[in-house]
Design a protein around this ligand. Structure first.
Ligand code: CP
Length: 342
């Protein structure tokens, strides 16, 4: 299967067969990494990592992964580039594309802004553009999540239930892209998905429609509830995490000053505080199956989204999931970045 030159912006852009190919390649990358085998698939290549938001796992998965593939990753903080003076997505795409072999972007905090920015960059260049998290999807995260589930339950996930639930966090209004990425991807891979959230925390209509359509096409279930307990009942995987209120976060498209954005963030957190009892604790974990696993993309708000006993306990697979960010990032870069003669 040849994915050279393809942009990896949403998992919806890829067929089940193509995603399975990336998962198999990720398994191979992991085995090679564990056994100390060389993976110099992209010698002398350059990928630009452009961040409009902070990161620990994604940045390091791509930087370490690029090195391990024989490539070099340039870290670009958008605020330290001419983007902060208004340079356009198109110009940025043409210029970075002319100097390198791939562009990866994180732009995730403003509904309506990140995905469209990436697609503008992608339209301007023929090197692949990889989404390191946007407002719609976090497709490198959900690929690692799916890889982790396959490692735990086997490749056939049909009939397994995943509870994707909102959870309380006081730290910051988190993007919607992880739950949106989970409901759209997991419904295509045999899992029955239950989404739970309080009324203010709806996800984007497009993602909800995709999830319903995917479930119907794959013969899986997608249900929506407003009760965390109901979602956890009989689940094989629980994935409770916080995200910001869509209506409040959408206002950010029109906010111009740092002061307006700070006030918007405060409003988001004030609303979150209405739902402090949405926590993954021992009582809730017991509602899931005995062999159920706890997953989280991290960072987790310990003591708020989840108790220490659960995230550090025997059912937690968060560090396996985090390590798999490396192997999946390598697979995506190796599969999509174009070889150019030197
Ligand atoms: N899960 C995740 O994307 O982590 P970072 O924000 O640290 O990259």
């Amino acid at each position: 299967m040849n994915l050279k030159g393809r942009d990896y912006i949403e998992t919806q852009d890829f067929t089940v067969e193509e995603i399975n190919h990336l998962l198999d390649l990720s398994d191979r990358m992991k085995a090679d990494f564990r056994n100390g085998r060389s993976t110099l698939w992209l010698p002398h290549q350059t990928i630009y990592l452009l961040f409009f938001d902070k990161s620990t796992r994604t940045r390091n998965a791509f930087e370490a992964g690029a090195t391990q593939l024989g490539a070099h990753a340039h870290f670009l903080d958008s605020s330290a580039t001419q983007i902060s003076h208004g340079e356009t997505a198109r110009d940025t795409g043409i210029i970075l594309g002319s100097m390198g072999h791939g562009i990866a972007i994180r732009h995730d905090l403003i509904p309506g802004a990140g995905n469209s920015y990436m697609r503008e960059v992608a339209d301007a260049t023929d090197v692949p553009v990889i989404n390191m998290q946007c407002d719609i999807d976090h497709p490198t995260q959900t690929l690692a999540d799916l890889m982790t589930m396959r490692e735990i339950f086997g490749k056939n996930l049909r009939g397994r239930k995943i509870a994707v639930s909102w959870a309380f966090a006081p730290s910051y209004a988190k993007p919607l892209s992880v739950p949106q990425g989970l409901i759209t991807l997991m419904t295509r891979f045999g899992l029955d998905v239950t989404l739970a959230m309080p009324p203010e925390y709806k996800l984007m209509d497009k993602c909800m429609e995709d999830a319903h359509r995917n479930a119907a096409a794959a013969g899986t279930k997608f249900e929506v509830v407003d009760d965390m307990d109901a979602a956890f009942e009989n689940a094989d995987v629980v994935y409770p995490k916080s995200w910001g209120a869509f209506d409040l976060m959408s206002e950010r498209l029109d906010l111009k000053t740092q002061d307006q954005l700070r006030r918007n963030e405060e409003e988001c957190l004030k609303l979150n505080a209405k739902y402090k009892n949405w926590i993954c604790d021992d009582r809730r974990m017991k509602l899931a199956k005995k062999e159920a696993v706890y997953m989280h993309c991290l960072p987790a708000d310990r003591g708020n989204e989840v108790t220490d006993a659960i995230i550090d306990g025997p059912q937690s697979v968060v560090f396996q999931e985090a390590e798999n960010r490396l192997h999946t990032a390598k697979a995506i870069m190796a599969a999509t970045m174009r070889e150019r003669p030197f």
